[in-house]
Ligand binder design. Structure first.
Ligand SMILES: [Zn+2]
Ligand SMILES: [Zn+2]
Length: 171
């Protein structure tokens, strides 16, 4: 069940945690609120840096331990984002709607994209396989618009576009 519905169903995160046999400690709440308000996907180091502004005594081990609990609760997802930056993993608060990560393999930019088509796919999976989807994630790698402009020759798609504009000129 998507996070928002899950929290609504349990009234709050504390109750959800209790049902799973965990306590919602101040540190867990802090880490979750950092991820919930984050505008990008954050790695454990970035989470630590932000958490220290509120709780200077918190350390990296505590961050990892609490992230593991939040993952077990199904309110945080761990992502490798196509290993664009080596072995680093990223975290995000689970979102209400399925979304895909569209990652540029050249500059490492990661964009989020969601479409009604994804809802349609999950409905089809449910109907055809009788499967209940807890989460859905689609990772897409390629070249972003900016990188395509900078290095047009490396992208076959750009070449195709250039051919179109060339033929337009000839007409
Ligand atoms: Zn790029
Ligand atoms: Zn995301």
């Amino acid at each position: 069940m998507p996070l928002i519905q899950e929290i609504r169903r349990h009234h709050n995160l504390a109750e959800l945690a209790r049902e799973h046999g965990f306590r919602l400690t101040t540190q867990r709440r802090l880490i979750f609120s950092i991820l919930e308000s984050a505008s990008t996907h954050m790695n454990a180091k970035e989470i630590l840096a932000q958490a220290r502004r509120v709780d200077p005594g918190i350390d990296q081990v505590t961050i990892y331990r609490n992230l593991a609990v939040l993952k077990k609760l199904g309110v945080v997802d761990e992502l490798d984002l196509l290993h664009l930056r080596g072995d680093q993993h990223y975290y995000e608060a689970r979102q209400d709607r399925p979304h895909s990560h569209v990652a540029c393999l050249q500059c490492g930019k990661v964009m989020e994209f969601s479409s009604p088509a994804m809802d349609k796919i999950s409905t089809e999976i449910r109907d055809e396989l009788g499967f209940s989807i807890s989460f859905m994630r689609v990772e897409i790698g390629g070249a972003c618009a900016e990188c395509r402009r900078k290095t047009p020759l490396t992208s076959p798609q750009t070449k195709a576009n250039q051919n179109v504009s060339r033929s337009k000129k000839l007409n």
